[in-house]
Design a protein around this ligand. Structure first.
Ligand code: FUL
Length: 458
């Protein structure tokens, strides 16, 4: 069996070619793309938790084969409110649950399959993890998202393309009509062959159209969007540069392969006609599912802060996986780590030494500008936070930050970078400065004033 994240056929590409799945926003000729209200809300979440949970949690595997006995699924203390509490304490504003992973086991009672919670002993077969999850999100004021693996190693119709497409759309319909508002629908690019080596050709236009109809405010994630794209790796590092605009032809269908595809996912395209920001998904542990053997291998807070800087701090959103255990709870170590991450970030950004200081903004050319701020006194700074008003699009292509102690001149370069977008955070050697200058050296359009925050970084 071929098992590859990138194992999709050309036919799938053809199915998507020429398809128009309008984003919530219309793209006008000659006007730079901007986010829709849903894409903007998605980005402003900054951090979401990914919850990989299912039969794999009980078999200690990462990819199930679909032959698991549903009786294995029996979390002893499942409490979705504990997941929501930990998410809030970690500063997350949304959660995404694997309603179905590649093994095909459904965490909701689906009349379409035997491979689901209704066949398990949990809550006497009357339980519904998706229901408990969405209710917990709602009461905690968190936005709920669902992952529904296209690849299904249990469904007998998988690989019989039209029949599986019907089955998949019916499953999606259950998920998108029973549980209230769903903020994000996550389509995984991982894919393999069906029984007897049959290849499934997904009807993506139909799938995307169905989501748009049933949950118009939801964003859809996949390698190929349509609303949010994969960042191109699973190690927590968004591209540099990272444009939120893309050329949709560069990644024509979810799971398209090749170096050019990965580069397009990582970097976007300053000339791209469509707004499709990058989501950075990575796990707090080595695996996506909980494995007791990895309880000592939860990433330390310094590493999580680093991941935050290379995702949220690089114009992306961080989708951090924190998998529930066989008890159905997040592990105490992971919960503590989330709270540490939030405490660390809060202290890092506690005091903006540029706050309230007048900012002198000068456009110096068609694509260049200079911003200067007088801090009022000498400050030692080690962190710069730049932000564009992305509701109006993304412009900055290259910038440098300078500091000086003098009333005039003697500018020293503190850091430089490429794109800014929603947020760019740079750490640099702690440096004493009285005045700070941000020079926009290049932009994709006439640059608009940036928000500038400067921090001591301790
Ligand atoms: C991958 C999957 O194969 C992993 O199991 C996990 O769900 C990850 C988020 O995406 O493609």
């Amino acid at each position: 069996m071929t098992i590859s994240r990138r194992d999709f056929t050309r036919a799938a590409a053809c199915a998507l070619a020429g398809t128009v799945v309008p984003a919530a926003e219309t793209v006008h000729q000659g006007v730079r793309p901007r986010p829709s209200a849903s894409q903007l809300a998605w980005q402003r979440d900054e951090l979401a938790l990914f919850l990989h949970f299912g039969v794999n949690t009980f078999t200690d595997r990462e990819w199930g084969d679909g032959h698991e006995d549903p009786a294995l699924f029996d979390p002893t203390r499942l409490d979705a409110r504990q997941w929501a509490r930990a998410a809030k304490a970690g500063g997350a504003r949304a959660l995404i649950l694997t309603a179905k992973h590649h093994d095909g086991f459904c965490l909701w009672p689906s009349p379409l399959t035997e491979h689901c919670v209704a066949r398990s002993p949990w809550r006497g077969g009357a339980g519904d993890v998706v229901g408990e999850f969405t209710a917990a999100c709602k009461s905690a004021g968190l936005r709920a998202g669902l992952y529904l693996s296209p690849w299904d190693r249990n469904a007998s119709v998988y690989g019989d393309s039209p029949r599986y497409n019907d089955f998949y759309c019916d499953q999606l319909t259950e998920l998108l009509t029973r549980y209230g508002p769903i903020a994000e629908v996550w389509f995984d690019g991982a894919n393999g062959e069906g029984p007897n080596g049959r290849r499934q050709v997904y009807d993506w236009p139909r799938v995307f159209g169905l989501v748009r109809r049933l949950q118009p405010q939801a964003v859809m994630f996949s390698d190929a969007g349509p609303d949010v794209r994969w960042c191109g790796n699973e190690v927590g590092v968004a591209g540099d540069p990272n444009w939120s605009s893309v050329d949709p032809a560069a990644v024509p269908y979810p799971g398209a392969s090749g170096d050019a595809v990965i580069a397009a996912l990582q970097h976007g395209d300053p000339g791209g006609a469509v707004w499709r920001p990058a989501e950075t998904d990575t796990s707090i542990r080595p695996g996506w599912f909980h494995h007791p053997a990895e309880d000592e291998r939860v990433k330390p807070v310094e590493q999580l802060v680093g991941i935050w800087l290379t995702s949220v701090g690089r114009n992306s959103k961080l989708l951090l996986n924190v998998p529930p255990t066989r008890e159905g709870l997040l592990h105490a170590t992971d919960v503590a780590r989330l709270a540490e991450l939030q405490a660390h970030l809060t202290s890092l950004f506690a005091e903006d030494v540029a706050a309230g200081r007048p900012l002198d903004w000068r456009v110096t050319g068609g694509r260049t500008a200079v911003a200067e701020v007088d801090l009022g006194k000498t400050e030692t700074i080690a962190l710069a936070r730049l932000e564009e008003d992305i509701a109006r699009g993304q412009c900055v292509a290259r910038y440098a930050v300078y500091g000086t102690l003098q009333a005039r001149g003697d500018w020293r370069e503190l850091t430089r970078g490429t794109t800014v977008g929603y947020r760019k955070v740079d750490r640099f050697e702690p440096t004493a400065a009285r005045r700070v200058r941000v020079v926009v050296e290049d932009a994709a359009a006439p640059p608009r004033p940036l928000r500038i925050g400067l921090y001591r970084g301790a």
